[in-house]
Design a protein around this ligand. Structure first.
Ligand SMILES: NC(=O)c1ccc[n+]([C@@H]2O[C@H](COP(=O)([O-])OP(=O)(O)OC[C@H]3O[C@@H](n4cnc5c(N)ncnc54)[C@H](OP(=O)(O)O)[C@@H]3O)[C@@H](O)[C@H]2O)c1
Length: 247
């Protein structure tokens, strides 16, 4: 595994769930972590935990729904070698029950914020000839459901952007890949679904929800030099799609 000492990593939404697991693993591998979120208490707790494990981290707060705050986050982060666009919101509402504000919120946080961060941070990576960007998408980007169309659309755009950015920055040494998780047990899904996540998870071959660490390990592989020939790929991590064929 690549030693990430000397590399700086910005992880959005690091105060909970998948982002928190990614931040801890990156710090354990030597990266200096810039942990982003809105909740300063949970942000400082994470920084403290990383420091106790011998790592280096700082917390930067920003509401990604606000484009100005995203730009400020990029400026406060400075030069980074690794960017993990993880922060996201998901509401599984039907289309008639999704207001213009709800729709805009999904696009602003899930799609526009990664767009602005890549626009601000990738050019310097390209100039240095090295960088890794990982976007957390969702199976909702490709698997249509009768609820959550706005969420799915916001993540489908991120999958297209992943391929676009791989093309735009790849020749300069910046790799851009994604991870598309199925249901994962996190603070967010706990609040939204409670124990019902187990019901949702029955639909996959493993018959269970994923754990944040299982997604974080894929993110780490996509950052690692061992994935040096992967660029513009979205890795599916959903436990496997169950076939309806009897047998
Ligand atoms: N969990 C799943 O089943 C699942 C499946 C597929 C894809 N995903 C994707 O994986 C990513 C992480 O999901 P998760 O379940 O780990 O999320 P989570 O537990 O709900 O945590 C969300 C994180 O995003 C941050 N965040 C939310 N809204 C924000 C805003 N307006 N501005 C700044 N930060 C904001 C939160 O920070 P604060 O709380 O500090 O504000 C928190 O750190 C998301 O992109 C999600 O769409 C999750």
């Amino acid at each position: 595994m690549t030693d990430l000492t000397g590399r700086t990593a910005l992880i959005t939404g690091a105060t909970a769930g998948i982002g928190r697991a990614v931040a801890l693993k990156l710090a354990d591998r030597g990266a200096e972590v810039i942990a982003h979120g809105r909740d300063a208490r949970r942000g400082q707790e994470l920084v403290h935990e990383i420091e106790q494990r011998g790592g280096k981290a700082r917390f930067v707060a920003a509401d990604l729904a606000d484009a100005g705050a995203v730009t400020r986050l990029a400026a406060e982060a400075g030069d980074v070698d690794i960017l993990v666009n993880n922060a996201g919101v998901y509401a599984f509402t039907r289309t008639p029950d999704t207001s213009a504000d709800d729709f805009d919120r999904h696009i602003a946080i899930n799609t526009r914020a990664p767009f602005l961060l890549v626009g601000a941070l990738a050019p310097a990576m390209a100039e240095r000839g090295r960088g890794a960007i990982v976007n957390i998408t969702s199976t909702a980007a490709t698997l249509a459901a009768p609820v959550g169309a706005a969420y799915g659309a916001s993540k489908a755009a991120v999958e297209l952007l992943t391929r676009s950015w791989a093309t735009e920055f790849g020749a300069a040494g910046v790799r851009v890949n994604g991870v598309s998780p199925g249901p994962v047990r996190t603070d967010g899904t706990e609040q939204m679904l409670g124990d019902n996540i187990a019901v949702l998870a029955q639909a996959n071959i493993r018959g269970r929800a994923g754990e944040p660490d299982e997604i974080a390990d894929i993110v780490l592989f996509l950052i690692d030099d061992r994935s040096s020939y992967m660029n513009g790929t979205v890795v599916l991590a959903n436990g496997g799609e169950r076939s309806l064929m009897p047998g």
